[in-house]
Write a protein that binds this ligand. Structure first.
Ligand SMILES: [Zn+2]
Length: 230
């Protein structure tokens, strides 16, 4: 805690002072361009890996970057999705999983969780499609490969869950919404995005170039030259 208190002081005396105009602007309202859904894991910092500032991304975090299907719970995820799309007019949604995800490890040994962490067990039921797909389609996988494919399948399944929301369906139909599946690799700092045409995860491409919240120079930095302009 001492470190956090020192951090507060440092923030106020350094960062805040040099970015005073930004915070004054933010006090008048928010206009984020992206809804970023990721895991609660402490090793992911959405603003750091995308080099975005306060006010640029609306963020939902929970164990396993999971969005329960519409009507499945009264949790905060649905409310945050609805607010982000309807009230804030966000047009890009990213579900970002990550390497070494503890929630996905739990999903792969679900029966053990039921006794030790019953709430996590219940929560992971919203990733049941992931568990079933892995069990029935990836029998030859094991160890890290099994975990990595689970992480990828899960972000895709959470996009499917997102599509069950009326507000999402309506905006998709109007052509005013893009859904993106990302996986962030902790050890390399790289992000891979699912490409539906190729059916695989590859370095993110240009659908993002049109977004103004992030400059081409920032993209270059983020994707370390693997960014592929079209
Ligand atoms: Zn995780």
């Amino acid at each position: 805690m001492k470190q956090l208190i020192q951090g507060l002081h440092e923030f106020q005396t350094n960062y805040f002072t040099t970015h005073r105009e930004l915070f004054e602007l933010l006090s008048q309202g928010q206009h984020p361009r992206v809804l970023f859904i990721t895991c609660s894991d402490s090793r992911i910092d959405p603003n750091l890996i995308t080099q975005t500032k306060p006010g640029e991304m609306f963020i939902i975090r929970n164990a396993g970057n999971i969005i329960p299907p519409y009507g499945a719970t009264n949790g905060g995820e649905g409310a945050a999705v609805e607010y982000a799309i309807h009230a804030l007019g966000i047009e890009d949604v990213i579900v970002c999983g990550h390497s070494h995800c503890g929630a996905m490890k739990g999903l792969l040994k679900l029966s053990k969780l039921e006794e030790d962490m019953p709430m996590v067990y219940e929560w992971l039921k919203h990733a049941e499609a992931t568990r079933r797909i892995i069990k029935e389609h990836y029998q030859s996988y094991e160890g890290e490969d099994l975990l990595n494919v689970s992480i990828q399948e899960n972000v895709l399944n959470q996009l499917e869950n997102l599509r069950t929301y009326p507000v999402i369906q309506s905006r998709l139909k109007a052509g005013k919404l893009q859904l993106h599946a990302w996986v962030y690799e902790i050890e390399s700092g790289e992000v891979m995005e699912y490409n539906p045409v190729q059916g695989q995860f590859i370095p993110p491409r240009t659908q993002f170039a049109r977004a103004t919240w992030i400059t081409p120079e920032q993209q270059e930095r983020i994707f370390k030259g693997s960014y592929n302009a079209h």
